[in-house]
Design a protein around this ligand. Structure first.
Ligand code: PGA
Length: 256
């Protein structure tokens, strides 16, 4: 059984004060839930104070980006060790906004994924097609190429625990989510690819999240699909109540 994941991607939102206020409300009445894994990808500046507030609670923290070198003259970058140091368990790699605005490529994604794993962080590797690519019938081809290049050179043992986030670019921040059927088709393909290249066991263990306009209203139907193991949530993760609802829907969807 794969434990479902509800991951918040706050992007460039929330000061330290706002992040802590979110936690105060989110944690109010919160009981540790083993049926789902909750991860919050916050801005770098908020990570350490959030870790202090979370204490030993079983809520993961993630960076939203990472650099592959260990240290040195790389102005503006943050290393795997630095993220570990502030209590991160995960890091988002290759988000489409980073690919679009900051020139990330499958090759740099590959270096970042490898460096994160090497540094003891679990990457949440984002992949997904643009609207043009979908309209041209190239979705599966694009996703396949992003998977192969992003995970190139890594063996099954190394990528154990990695999380894949399928985020169609046209669904991000648009209010237009992929239908459960559209997402399931791609997720099944991703799982097949994992099995083909890294083995059935790894494929059966790896969580594949859907992202793109996930909201409390559509989580349940998306997560009822057999190969959708959770959600990477942008806009709807910024308010504690709506993110909490998404966590509970994720649990509900996977109840047997
Ligand atoms: P959204 O963003 O939920 O606001 O569409 C998702 C993401 O970019 O990870």
């Amino acid at each position: 059984m794969r434990v479902p994941v509800a991951a918040a991607n706050w992007k460039m939102n929330k000061t330290v004060g706002e992040a802590l206020h979110f936690l105060e409300l989110f944690l109010d009445g919160w009981e540790e839930r083993s049926e789902a894994e909750v991860i919050i990808a916050a801005p770098f500046t908020a990570l350490l104070p959030m870790r202090h507030t979370l204490g030993k609670r079983n809520i993961g923290l993630a960076g939203q980006n990472i650099f592959w070198e260990k240290e040195g003259a790389f102005t503006g970058e943050v290393s795997p060790d630095m993220l570990k140091d502030v209590g991160c368990t995960h890091v988002i790699v290759g988000h489409s906004e980073r690919r679009r605005y900051f020139g990330e490529t499958d090759e740099t994604v590959n270096k970042k994924v490898a460096a994160a794993l090497q540094g003891g962080l679990l990457p949440i590797m984002c992949i997904g097609e643009t609207l043009e690519q979908r309209d041209a019938g190239k979705t599966l081809e694009i996703v396949e190429s992003q998977m192969e290049k992003g995970l190139k050179g890594l063996n099954g043992e190394e990528i154990k625990g990695i999380i894949i986030a399928y985020e169609p670019v046209w669904a991000i921040g648009t209010g237009r989510n992929a239908t459960p059927e559209q997402a399931q088709e791609v997720h099944a393909h991703i799982r097949e690819l994992l099995a083909k290249t890294w083995g059935k066991e790894l494929s059966a263990q790896t969580r594949v999240l859907y992202g793109g306009s996930v909201s409390p209203d559509n989580t349940l139907e998306l997560m009822r699909e057999v190969d959708i193991d959770g959600a990477l949530v942008g806009g709807a993760s910024l308010t504690p109540d709506s993110f909490k609802e998404i966590v509970f829907s994720a649990i509900k969807a996977k109840e047997v």
